[in-house]
Design a protein. Structure first.
Length: 66
């Protein structure tokens, strides 16, 4: 049983669009994260760890324009 599972997709945060989604890889340990890339701060916002392609698909399914 998942405690924090959302029953519906979450809206994309206001200053971002679907085109701002980016996957970054850590050069030290190879860990990947997905989130919304903020061009002004050059940082990944609302980042989540990616362990497989299934996590990437889950991220895209979870967020949508509300």
């Amino acid at each position: 049983m998942r405690i924090f599972k959302h029953p519906f997709p979450l809206p994309i945060p206001i200053p971002f669009t679907a085109g701002d989604i980016k996957i970054e890889s850590n050069t030290y340990n190879g860990e990947k994260t997905i989130g919304f890339y903020d061009k002004s701060t050059k940082k990944l916002m609302y980042a989540e760890i990616v362990r497989s392609e299934k996590d990437v698909q889950a991220f895209y399914t979870k967020v949508r324009r509300g």
